[in-house]
Design a binder for this molecule. Structure first.
Ligand SMILES: [Zn+2]
Length: 382
């Protein structure tokens, strides 16, 4: 082992008042160093010396050096011990060069930058809804996710072109799935792009699509709420982690559901109904066709769709590669006025019909009315 301090952090070391300070967006560290020994030790971590040699150079015991290395490793300040490229091809090493630079500050002695890319390469993601989801699929394609399954049943319309930048005016009238497959495959020939032209109108209609993927993304907005509940129900049955996202007037949201760990879509609905049942009465009316859903729920503006899908892609990459922690809480709201983010818990609800005690595995979610009724009754938090 020849430990090497990451160059990124070397440039951020400050010494004053006998204290070493490293302050970056990724790490904040203060190490008392009254005699300057630790500073000298860190300067020797160039990847050229063994533990034994470092002890001699810095006038420390080998045990001291090991302790120092371990402390810096725990703060992710050291480069990986290995340069193994995990079977990535020469072409992939070139294509994803800037990914490796990005991962380099996140790697540790045990997990190097190439391992993160290899994890993406061996991952599969199903994206339900290729409107905004088409943009998400673009980011995942560029990043190098190995298999992407896109699902939609719409044709490209002129009014999609204000934000769905995969499509051109010549595509109007074509099936979104056909265009997405062609564009994404042309963007990255090394990955597997699959599409399914299908309307998601039940949990059953999702099951065969998600059965063999690692992550499910639901960005379908019709019917409101109920579409997410279909996907949620299927994901619970197959224990698939899912990300859901959407835009409202003035805000965007995304949340992750890890089956039986976080609260699920129905838990979130019950939690929201509990806070403001009026919101769900409105959504129920939209779902029943009493209000025009497009007027109420589709304020999709290009920069906001771009922002939301980028944040989503970043969270999915963190989940798949484990290169850095995801958002601290599962529900994230983005204020589109000041671009601030707030994170919230999604509590698991004991009587949740999808993940609670009385759930029926494989069942279709009941009507929204039933959920609103349940939400206005007594709620128990696990
Ligand atoms: Zn639940």
């Amino acid at each position: 082992m020849k430990p090497k301090l990451k160059d990124f952090y070397r440039n951020h070391i400050q010494v004053s008042d006998q204290v070493i300070r490293i302050r970056t967006d990724l790490a904040r560290l203060e190490i008392p160093d009254p005699d300057g020994i630790i500073y000298g030790f860190m300067n020797q971590l160039t990847g050229r010396h063994t533990i034994e040699e470092l002890a001699g150079l810095c006038n420390l015991t080998e045990e001291d050096v090991r302790r120092g290395v371990s402390m810096l490793h725990n703060h992710k300040l050291l480069e990986s011990d290995t340069t193994d490229t995990y079977g990535l091809t020469e072409r992939e090493l070139q294509r994803y060069r800037n990914n490796f630079t990005y991962y380099s500050v996140h790697e540790s002695r045990l997990e190097n930058r190439y391992l993160f890319q290899d994890r993406l390469k061996n991952s599969s993601v199903a994206i339900l809804g290729l409107g905004g989801g088409g943009l998400l699929a673009t980011w995942l394609t560029a990043m190098g996710v190995g298999r992407i399954v896109g699902v939609d049943h719409d044709r490209v319309e002129l009014n999609n072109l204000n934000r769905q930048i995969l499509f051109t005016e010549d595509d109007v009238g074509k099936r979104k799935t056909d265009v997405v497959r062609e564009r994404l495959q042309a963007m990255n020939r090394d990955i597997n792009i699959q599409v399914v032209n299908r309307q998601i109108d039940s949990a059953h209609s999702v099951k065969d699509i998600i059965a063999d993927v690692d992550v499910v993304v639901c960005v379908i907005d019709t019917p409101p709420v109920q579409a997410s509940r279909y996907v949620n129900s299927a994901c619970m049955q197959y224990r698939k982690p899912a990300f859901h996202a959407g835009l409202r007037h003035g805000s965007g949201f995304l949340y992750r559901v890890v089956p039986f760990e976080t609260g699920c879509t129905d838990c979130l609905c019950l939690q929201s109904i509990r806070r403001n049942s009026k919101v769900f009465e409105t959504i129920k009316s939209i779902a029943n066709g009493e209000l025009d859903s497009r007027t109420f729920l589709n304020p999709s503006f290009a920069p906001n769709v771009s922002l939301l899908t980028s944040v989503l892609a970043s969270e999915i990459a963190k989940y798949l590669t484990k290169h850095s922690p995801m958002f601290p809480l599962p529900y994230t709201k983005i204020n589109l006025q000041d671009m601030s983010f707030t994170h919230e818990e999604i509590n698991r609800i004991e009587d949740c019909p999808s993940c609670g005690r009385s759930r029926v595995i494989g069942a279709e979610p009941g009507p929204l009315d039933a959920l609103v009724t349940l939400g206005t009754e007594k709620m128990t938090v696990k």
